[in-house]
Design a protein around this ligand. Structure first.
Ligand code: GDP
Length: 173
């Protein structure tokens, strides 16, 4: 293969409770759009985006569990072969914060430890937040992950999440 054709492709799974904004994040990142309701129309397993990291072409394939979070058999098929993970919760959904460790565990049960990042989404609703800054930082420390605070709605920090994850992946290759 010629050198310019070499590319790194990373399967990224985006996990977390329903309604935290996983699909929105993938759509935002790969298509540049934000809508309230498109879920029924996706019909694909993943979306992708290519970025350059340290002069290297990296293709991120972002897998979405498409609202099937409660069906373990289905989501486990999504995890297979995952090389990096975004675990997301919503700042206005306490249960989704409490579920983070479980989600990471599920992924690790399937594919072992992979580069991961913790995402606190819906930061545009921070006035209604149900988790304290101390708690989220504690969790990130416990999980040994970096924490990104995003608003997919306002397009804050979304690119940064995936760039960081790609860099982390490359640094551990
Ligand atoms: P998923 O079930 O985790 O994939 O969540 P969705 O992407 O379907 O998002 C659930 C709802 O939250 C949708 O109505 C989104 O429009 C909304 N949402 C997603 N991200 C944000 C955000 O950053 N801020 C606000 N206010 N709403 C968001």
């Amino acid at each position: 293969m010629k050198e310019e054709e070499i590319e790194v492709a990373i399967k990224v799974v985006v996990v977390g409770n329903g309604a935290v904004g996983k699909s929105s994040m993938i759509q935002r990142y790969c298509k540049g759009i934000f809508t309230k309701d498109y879920k029924k129309t996706i019909g694909v397993d993943f979306l992708e985006r290519q970025i350059e990291v340290n002069g290297e072409d990296v293709r991120l394939m972002l897998w979405d569990t498409a609202g099937q979070e409660e069906f373990d058999a289905i989501t486990r098929a999504y995890y297979r072969g995952a090389q990096a993970c975004v675990v997301a919760f919503s700042t206005v959904d306490r249960d989704s914060f409490d579920a983070v460790t479980n989600w990471l565990q599920k992924v690790e049960n399937e594919v072992g430890q992979i580069p991961s990042v913790l995402v606190q989404n819906k930061m545009d609703l921070t006035a209604e937040s149900t988790v304290t800054q101390e708690e989220t930082e504690e969790l990130a420390t416990k999980l040994n992950t970096r924490l990104y605070k995003t608003s997919v709605k306002e397009n804050t920090n979304v690119n940064e999440v995936f760039r960081y994850l790609a860099e982390l992946y490359l640094s551990q290759m």
